[in-house]
Each structure stands twice: as C-alpha cells, then as structure tokens.
Design a protein around this ligand. Structure first.
Ligand code: NI
Length: 386
C-alpha cells in the first residue's frame, strides 16, 4: 500500500475519532466505525466487553497467533487545542492519543489484509474499550480474547519522544499501582477528657508518619517505588475527639515483588501502630494494575521491526513511566511488548504531554505506527514459522 494512501486513511480516521470522543464503555460510534472498517476488509468480527471489537485475520499458512491491541476511549476533560477537528463533545477529549491508537490499528489491519498470502499464522486485532481508570483488560481476558494467542503487541503514543523516534525496550516499562484506604476506630468524647476516649487522631498521625519509612527503609534503593497518602480525614470540631479517622493513598512500583513488599509493610505498620494506640483498624485495597513488563525475546523481534519501519536511528532508550496501563494484564498472561511511538514536534508547537487539554500529536507518526504494528505481526509469525 502506498504511503500516501495509508497516511490519508489513518489521518482521516484519527481526525474523525478525535472530533467525536467517547468515554469508556460508551464508545458506540467509535466501535461502529471500527466494525465497519474491519468488515470492509472481509475480517470476521466479534463484540467483546460491550463496545469492544475483536477481529481475526487468518493467513493461508498455519502458524502462531499474534494479538495487536489498541484502546478507544477518551477522557472527561475539555479540549483547548483549537484544532479544526477538535472535540465537538463538551467535557470529553481524546487527550491520551487513543484516537490515534484506534486509527493506526485499523491501518495495520488494512496493510496485513493485503498481505494475507504471506501471513504464516493469524493476527487478532483487539479494539479495547475503557482503558482509562482501571481498564477493561481483565474482563476482556475473562471473555477469552487471549485464548490461543502466543504474543501480544501494543503501541502508545508518547509526548516525551520526538516524532520519528520509537521506544521498544525489554523489562518494566510502566508502573504497577494499587490504591488503599485505612480506617481507624477509637472511642469518641470531649476534648477536655482524653482519658475517657480512645483518640484516633494521634494514632492516625503515627500511622501516617510510620508509612513514610516503608519506601526509604524497606525497598532496595535500586528499585523505584512510591507510597503516597492523598487524603486524611478526621474530626468535626476543635473540642471533640472523633471516634473515627481515615486516610487513602496509592502505591506505585515496577516489579511485582516490590508491590508485595509494599502491601505487606503497609499492613504491618497499620496493624501494629493501631494496636499500640488501642484503636481498631481496617484496610481496604483497591487492586489497580500490575506493572507493564516487556518480554525480552518478543521485544528483540519488535525492536528489529521498528528499525525496519523507522530506521536504525529511530530506536531510543527511555526511562520507564510511572503511569499505568492495563496492557499490563495481557503481559501477565502472554509474552509481549508495549512500545512507545514518538509524536512530539516543537516546530509544529506539539509539545504537550498526554492528559493535557492542549495535547496533540504529529500526524506524520501515524502511518509509521500502522506499519510498526503490521511489521511486528509479520516478523513474529515468520520467526516462529516451521
Ligand atoms: Ni493512554
């Protein structure tokens, strides 16, 4: 397929999705358009997890199966880019590039459908709903999207990398995260008679300060980890000792073992500090997402694909991101790689990072993204063909 035709196809789709952003599980129009495009390529499609779409391209020669994934949802924020194709939906914006992800994967489906004869195995295309805020990844896995899949590949645009560059790196690439809330119960009473109460305020203060030593004293300095308390709540008046206090926070880490250490330390510190202060405690976990960890062997193949598409000099190393992505759930089950495609371009004024109301991307990167998806699928299947 000519690059100009591919560019036009992917750019038009991206701008359409951008202008009509939809929040998680409400991607009705996006999903309809995705199904329409895939059907026009002659691919059998299936709905998953509500608005999600899965399509299958089966090659003429049997072989392995690779899954290529894009996410489709937008964010609840108001766009301030002033682009001619800016969001027409108030309070909803594609500020994380998922419009581009969806368009690029459709471009890849078109490229691969044209090369069906050369395909040694099959390619599954997954258009995932609701990646933001927890993600649909686990539900999609329960619905069987990974069944029979040997490798997964995903691509996220990166405002931290210039257009023309790509990061394909083995090991931890994005952080795992868990949320926690801690509630302490004591005995309320008058501020003038603390001996008749069991005061939760000093207990909460002690818990809060002790938690600050978990990362600094228990985590290997060579590992990265965060334990942050984001809310603290207690009391209603200056002369009342409250009966209950609460705090909430978040954990971030790149290795699952570090996550286990953080959770165990938090539980131990809360439990023993609470008992030292004679208060009851309750800990509630909101298990977030595991870290995104790229498989070395699959990453090596994807790195070669990236060089083939963008040139040797395009491949760059980058620090792992402290943000999270539910692509991590797939990588826990199947070896794969999450790559980052450079889209910033200061000369065009494209400098804002994801989740900013002025976030935009250099559309020159889009066709490379489609080609990278497709090239990876071909390279992986060729590498494992008999
Ligand atoms: Ni995103």
């Amino acid at each position: 397929m000519e690059d100009s035709a591919l560019r036009a196809y992917v750019t038009t789709l991206r701008q359409t999705f951008h202008q009509h952003p939809e929040l998680g599980f409400q991607e009705f129009e996006t999903s309809r358009r995705v199904r329409e495009e895939l059907t026009s390529l002659g691919l059998p499609i299936q709905s998953c997890c509500g608005t999600g779409v899965v399509a299958e391209l089966t090659g003429t020669v049997p072989g392995r199966r690779v899954l290529l994934r894009a996410d489709m949802d937008a964010l609840p924020m108001t766009e301030e880019t002033g682009l001619p194709f800016a969001s027409i939906c108030p309070g909803v914006m594609h500020a994380c590039g998922h419009d581009a992800h969806t368009a690029m994967l459709l471009g890849a489906a078109k490229l691969l459908a044209e090369q069906r004869e050369q395909l040694k195995g099959s390619v599954r295309f997954l258009f995932e709903p609701a990646e933001e805020f927890g993600g649909a990844g686990l539900k999609l896995i329960e619905e069987g999207v990974l069944e029979g899949v040997d490798a997964v590949f995903g691509l996220h645009v990166s405002g931290g990398l210039p257009c023309g560059k790509v990061n394909v790196q083995a090991g931890p690439r994005m952080a795992g995260c868990d949320g926690f809330s801690v509630t302490l119960q004591g005995v309320a009473g008058h501020g003038s008679a603390p001996h008749l109460t069991v005061d939760v305020i000093p207990a909460l203060a002690a818990v809060l300060l002790s938690l600050q030593t978990v990362v600094s004293r228990e985590i290997d300095p060579a590992d990265s980890a965060v334990l942050s308390v984001g809310t603290v709540q207690a009391g209603t008046a200056s002369n009342i000792i409250p009966g209950e206090a609460a705090l909430t926070g978040t954990l971030r880490y790149f290795r699952p073992e570090v996550g286990q250490t953080l959770r165990a330390a938090l539980e131990r510190v809360v439990q023993h500090t609470a008992s030292a202060f004679r208060v009851e405690h309750q800990i509630t976990w909101r298990m977030g997402l595991p870290p995104v960890v790229n498989d070395p062997a699959v990453t090596a193949i994807a790195a070669r694909s990236a060089c083939a598409v963008l040139g040797e000099q395009a491949l760059v190393e980058d620090a792992a991101a402290i943000g999270s992505d539910d692509f991590a759930c797939y990588l826990q089950k199947v070896p794969g790689v999450y790559a980052f495609l450079g889209i910033s371009n200061p000369e065009k004024g494209i400098t804002y990072s994801c989740h900013h109301p002025k976030f935009d991307l250099d559309e020159d990167a889009l066709s490379s993204g489609s080609r990278l998806h497709a090239q990876f699928a071909l390279d992986y299947l060729n590498a494992h063909s008999n």
